[in-house]
Write a protein that binds this ligand. Structure first.
Ligand SMILES: [Zn+2]
Length: 756
């Protein structure tokens, strides 16, 4: 009995508490309705728990939240197997822990098969909106990878309620993985347990700033309370007075929903092995997943519930379960408790089947993945039973809850709810826009010269995107091999460079049957190069159309598409390099002739008994005016000591070339001047012959000697051509790579005739 003054005091205290509470409520209401904030509003946190396993992780957080009533408001929603008698009515644990359960939702459709799980998700989704609307939490905390949790996360995400997901980023195998990752995708915040899980969440494109590496909340309690004086009392209360420490087994095997039949088989084998192993065994009923009924049936069939060594139970309070696992001789089954919590005590664990495949485990876990025989399981028991392992802290250091509370305080409700995913940088996707397609259409060009073999990626606009050069091999086989190798390399680069290769164009020395893609006959410059089918092997190797033409013709095509010949109906190209070649464009088309010998301009004869030509004949303009011909003249003058320039010594340590002749002429060497004059006249006369035959409107000189010949050739034309042809212009090409560009135009002109 208290005195009357004490009663008064108590009354005053109660009154004060009431008033304070009222004031708090009023403040909360005001700040909610008017946005007029006295201080930071409390965070309304809703914790939803579905079964005893997730409650063991959520409870420490719930206690933490409850112990800070000035900062947080806690709402508890209970659903799933918590409310089912067969699974121990585990919601009572929550009541015993003195939490107010705001809502109990019966969401389990009985049947324990796949369809029942789906229906349970559906039932939860039907019931949850009402509850969430009523509770109106700022944040919903869900745990793990159960189908109930998927329903919770789905409902909250769709109702714009922020979600904190516990244990995301882990890998365990089975459908659990898919569900866990799906929940992570719906969640706005993550509190994960291991460093690997954190990395996986980042790899799953979750925002790193919203991921907390907390450790497992159950470890907090585990590491702070597992040294209990009365542990033997607890163990004896479950397994009888005669039981000894480290001399009993804890068994907990759940169905694997993706392989129910197999997991039932493993369950039977485990029971056989345990019966035979003949140790005190505490066996827990499997969880509610599809397949659990069959498991319980198997257990009853083997008489486990009546067996003197066994104690079969539906539920053990978590703290007691911890003591039982901590001091067990070993733990067997596929429960996550085995691979996670047991590691903290160093208890030996035998993990059966695939349910925990991929989980991070300490060295205390022995995996029997294909637990397909009784012998394997029995042998594993022999290996593990009674052993002790060092304690593992993979899943936490005992400070998860303080970390999570600190993290909750940082949640800014003014931040947009919309999740942002942190995708890795990806190269821009190739546009399907028609303009883009037109711009990226490209050709693979091959140029087979006397010295070099070159390949290029040439885009629609005539830009050489990439060029590859190798010495042209001397033998046919080596040359073909190199062509294919270089083309294949270029094809790979083209993909990277965003060039759509439409085909391959080949420019080669020699006479070419352009219709069939065959080199008929080549000059001495390219050896072993007659009757060569170029189209078939290249086309077969690259799966692309192939066009082939002579290098002179290609140079003309290059001018028509990219050079001075654009829009010109009739023009002639003359290439003055090592040899002399050319192409004739007549009425905008190449002239090939009856045996592909048209426009062999180098072998236009300008004298009946001129110098010998590479073709075997005499007096061809190539024999007068080609690079080879000029070099021959330079050598002759040099040998006769006539290449000297007054007052200067020609540098002749290097081989004598056409350039020396031109240089000497420029500096006033009359012999050199005369030789060049003869060459220019021969070339000019040859070109006049062309003018008189096809009467083009333009002559384009290309090749290394073009700039030298341009003026003298124009001069010869003015002096010697028929009056009507005298005004025809001679220009120097400004294309850098006429052969490669011409080969490209073979492709681009044919392949892009489609109209868009
Ligand atoms: Zn000739």
């Amino acid at each position: 009995m208290c005195s009357s003054s004490e009663k008064q005091q108590i009354f005053c205290v109660v009154l004060c508490v009431f008033m304070l509470q009222y004031l708090n409520m009023w403040r909360a209401q005001v700040s909610m309705t008017c946005g007029w904030v006295f201080c930071k509003r409390k965070l309304r946190v809703c914790v939803a728990t579905c079964n005893r396993a997730d409650y063991s992780k959520l409870a420490p957080i719930m206690f933490g939240i409850k112990s800070h009533p000035d900062e947080f408001e806690l709402e508890v929603v209970v659903l799933g197997s918590h409310l089912i008698d067969d699974y121990g009515n585990t919601f009572r644990m929550i009541e015993q822990d003195d939490f107010d359960i705001g809502s109990k939702l019966h969401t389990i459709v009985r049947g324990e098969d796949e369809a029942a799980m789906v229906e349970s998700v559906g039932l939860a989704l039907v019931k949850l909106p009402d509850v969430l609307q009523r509770l109106c939490p700022d944040l919903l905390i869900v745990h793990g990878d159960r189908f109930d949790a998927l329903a919770l996360a789905t409902a909250a995400a769709l109702m714009n309620i922020r979600i904190l997901h516990l244990e995301g980023g882990e890998v365990s195998g089975t459908i659990d993985d898919s569900i866990r990752h799906a929940i992570s995708k719906l969640a706005h915040y993550h509190a994960c347990c291991t460093r690997r899980a954190e990395k996986y969440l980042i790899a799953m494109c979750e925002d790193h700033s919203r991921i907390l590496l907390a450790g497992c909340p159950s470890y907090d309690k585990l590491l702070s309370t597992h040294h209990r004086e009365d542990y033997m009392d607890i163990i004896k209360s479950w397994l009888g007075d005669k039981v000894q420490e480290h001399d009993y087994i804890v068994a907990l095997q759940h169905p694997v929903t993706t392989d129910i039949q197999h997991s039932i088989k493993i369950y039977g084998l485990m029971l056989d092995a345990l019966i035979c192993f003949n140790k005190k065994t505490l066996i827990l009923f499997p969880n509610i997943d599809a397949g659990s009924k069959e498991m319980v049936r198997a257990m009853r069939k083997k008489g486990i519930e009546q067996h003197p060594n066994f104690r079969a139970v539906k539920h053990i309070p978590f703290e007691q379960f911890i003591q039982l696992v901590c001091h067990a001789g070993c733990m067997i089954g596929n429960s996550s408790c085995g691979v996670r919590e047991a590691g903290a005590f160093g208890t030996p664990v035998i993990n059966l089947g695939t349910r925990q495949t991929g989980r991070e485990t300490g060295e205390n876990v022995l995996h029997v993945r294909d637990a397909d025989t009784y012998n394997k399981i029995y042998h594993a028991l022999e290996l593990q039973f009674g052993k002790r392992y060092p304690c593992s802290k993979i899943y936490g250091d005992g400070n998860a809850v303080p970390r999570i509370l600190k993290f909750l305080r940082t949640i800014n409700l003014d931040e947009p709810l919309q999740k942002t995913f942190c995708f890795p940088p990806v190269k821009d996707s190739i546009s399907q826009d028609i303009d883009h397609i037109l711009e990226t259409q490209s050709a693979l060009s091959v140029d087979l010269g006397g010295t070099n073999l070159r390949v290029a990626i040439v885009c629609m606009m005539g830009k050489i995107v990439k060029k590859y050069t190798q010495p042209n091999p001397k033998t046919f086989e080596a040359r073909m091999q190199l062509i294919l190798k270089m083309c294949s390399e270029a094809m790979l680069d083209a993909v990277r460079l965003n060039c759509r290769i439409l085909g391959v164009g080949v420019s080669t020395g020699g006479r070419v049957n352009a219709q069939e893609g065959v080199v008929l006959h080549s000059t001495q410059l390219i050896q072993e190069w007659s009757s060569v089918d170029l189209r078939t092997p290249i086309s077969d190797a690259l799966h692309l159309p192939v066009w082939v033409d002579n290098d002179g013709n290609c140079a003309a095509l290059a001018e028509r598409k990219f050079g001075h010949g654009r829009g010109v109906e009739n023009f002639v190209t003359v290439i003055t390099g090592t040899g002399i070649g050319g192409g004739i464009i007549h009425n905008s088309e190449l002239v090939h002739g009856s045996t592909f010998c048209a426009a062999e301009l180098g072998h236009i004869m300008v004298s009946l008994d001129g110098p010998e030509c590479s073709c075997g004949s005499r007096g061809c303009i190539e024999a007068y005016a080609s690079g080879q011909a000029l070099q021959r003249e330079a050598k002759r003058l040099h040998d006769e000591d006539l290449l000297k320039v007054e007052g200067r010594d020609m540098k002749l340590l290097e081989p004598v070339t056409a350039a020396h002749l031109i240089n000497a002429a420029k500096l006033g060497n009359s012999k050199a001047e005369a030789a060049l004059n003869k060459a220019s006249t021969a070339l000019g006369v040859g070109i006049i012959n062309i003018l008189h035959i096809v009467n083009p409107s333009l002559v384009i000189l290309s090749g290394v000697l073009a700039s030298y010949y341009q003026a003298p050739v124009q001069q010869v034309i003015t002096e010697r051509a028929l009056f009507s042809a005298q005004s025809i212009k001679v220009l120097t090409s400004d294309l850098e790579e006429p052969a490669l560009l011409g080969a490209a135009s073979l492709v681009l002109d044919y392949a892009t005739r489609r109209t868009y």
